[in-house]
Design a protein around this ligand. Structure first.
Ligand SMILES: Cc1ncc(C[n+]2csc(CCOP(=O)(O)OP(=O)(O)O)c2C)c(N)n1
Length: 472
């Protein structure tokens, strides 16, 4: 009996020692974690990151800090130089997650329009040069293959990324190479016919391309059209959240087996999600649809991108972001901050008063004419404010049409209106009119239809009118 009691006491002693050791081990882990946190406090993460190799070494927490530093830097620079600020603030986490998972030196990321590529430029050798963005001799505001190997395709005009990615993917397959092709396209750019033509091609050929749909519900102004209606339905679905924060925190505290449990639970959740999401538009045209996912949650995005990387089929990842994220004036007025000249950071007000320009005069005159002639209609391809049609849209909503980023459709649509006796006015920046040459010739000129084509920002334009010159 005595021996038995002794044994029990020994077991209790051993258990106590083990408990104490475990407690010391856990405390030690917390201590190391806190020291790390303390050391990082106040540091500028952006100063430490000079490449995507540096980025890949960071923890999620550090990447979140980096995101904030990048935002501050972009706001500082663009408040002086002007530029596409709202779109860039919206893709900070998205860029960090993409360039953490994919290898920019091997994989190819194509930024549609390319106006949102500042974060990519900062991470890929142009942190300092950003200060000279859009200045003579400075770096461009759009991806430029001449600037960096990591800018793998020049963009500027909307809706080209998916076609280019498809072409590059087919070349990869013919050459028997192995890398990922990623097109990052906004919900605005997705209204462009070319993007839909490319999705159609990829889906039916089952080409391994990843399309990241950056959905912020905005083109330059609020996005419109049937595609937007489809996205609204998809947005209403419960967000695809993988990192359940509270559960994860508890599991994280269990040393050794905790992380394994988290991974296992995530896999199960992903499997279930795939089962319960019914077939939908993108799936019906041949894509695996993943999403919607929070475009400001780096950890969730990394998990999804890693998953997409493993799949050998067309994948569309629906990411929800906020245009202007992190800078209040831009969050409140994302359209004004889509592309801005210099502004005061505190108030968001422009530093220079804007002179009355061509578009304003055009808009005022058209308003006046439309008052006495109800056959006058106005069409824009997602550029209501830029082309001076804001007042017209307010005064004559039934005679105003925003067709999305669809210049070709805008012109043939105008031809149809003109054929039936209306007088359509179509103001489009000269740069984007190029999209509709065939429609101008085939549908309007040859049929001699009275469409008034208003070519804005044409010829050699000054610094105030960057739209024509900036792509050169
Ligand atoms: C063919 C063409 N038409 C018009 C434009 C002008 N434009 C530049 S960005 C943009 C809106 C793009 O919206 P989205 O793709 O949703 O990107 P976001 O800025 O919202 O991130 C437009 C209309 C363009 N670049 N190309």
């Amino acid at each position: 009996m005595q021996v038995f009691i002794k044994k029990i006491l020994n077991i209790i002693k051993i258990k106590r020692i083990l408990d104490k050791s475990l407690a010391i081990y856990i405390n030690l882990l917390y201590y190391i974690h806190n020291i790390k946190k303390y050391n990082n406090k106040g540091d500028n993460m952006l100063e430490k990151v000079n490449s995507t190799e540096d980025l890949k070494k960071l923890t999620i927490k550090e990447k979140e800090e980096l995101a904030e530093d990048i935002r501050k830097y972009i706001i500082e620079v663009i408040s002086k130089n002007g530029g596409h600020i709202a779109s860039n603030l919206g893709v900070v986490e998205l860029t960090l997650a993409l360039e953490s998972v994919f290898d920019v030196n091997k994989d190819k990321i194509i930024w549609d329009v390319g106006h949102q590529s500042y974060v990519h430029k900062i991470l890929n050798g142009r942190k300092e040069q950003l200060k000279n963005i859009r200045k003579l001799g400075g770096i461009a505001g759009f991806p430029k293959t001449k600037e960096s190997k990591t800018d793998c395709f020049n963009t500027g005009h909307s809706s080209t990324s998916v076609s280019a990615a498809m072409g590059m993917a087919k070349a990869r397959d013919i050459k028997k190479e192995k890398h990922s092709l990623i097109a990052v396209i906004g919900d605005g750019a997705l209204t462009g016919g070319m993007a839909l033509e490319a999705l159609n091609h990829i889906g039916c050929t089952k080409t391994n391309v990843i399309v990241v749909l950056n959905d912020n519900e905005m083109s330059i102004s609020k996005n419109i059209g049937g595609i937007n209606m489809l996205l609204t339905k998809l947005r209403a679905r419960k967000m695809y959240t993988i990192s359940n924060k509270s559960g994860k925190k508890i599991l994280d505290k269990i040393p050794v087996i905790g992380p394994f449990l988290i991974k296992a639970i995530r896999r199960i959740k992903q499997g279930i999600k795939q089962l319960i999401i019914p077939k939908m538009f993108f799936e019906d045209i041949g894509f695996k649809y993943l999403g919607p996912i929070d475009g400001h949650n780096i950890e969730d995005m990394e998990l999804i991108f890693n998953r997409a990387k493993e799949l050998n089929e067309p994948v569309l990842i629906h990411v929800l972001t906020k245009k202007g994220k992190g800078y209040e004036p831009a969050e409140k007025e994302p359209d004004r901050f889509h592309a801005t000249s210099g502004f005061d950071i505190e108030t968001g007000n422009p530093t220079k008063k804007k002179d009355k320009d061509y578009s304003k005069v055009f808009g005022e005159k058209l308003n006046e004419l439309a008052k006495n002639n109800n056959k006058i209609v106005a069409i824009t391809a997602a550029m209501k404010d830029g082309t001076g049609l804001t007042e017209f849209a307010k005064n004559y909503p039934e005679r105003f049409f925003d067709v999305g980023i669809a210049e070709q459709h805008a012109l043939t649509f105008a031809a149809g209106l003109a054929k039936e006796g209306m007088i359509p006015f179509v103001p489009i920046y000269s740069s984007f009119y190029q999209r509709a040459y065939d429609q101008v010739i085939h549908d309007i000129c040859i049929q001699n239809l009275p469409v008034v084509m208003c070519v804005d920002r044409a010829g050699c334009v000054g610094a105030d009118r960057r739209n024509t010159s900036r792509y050169i």
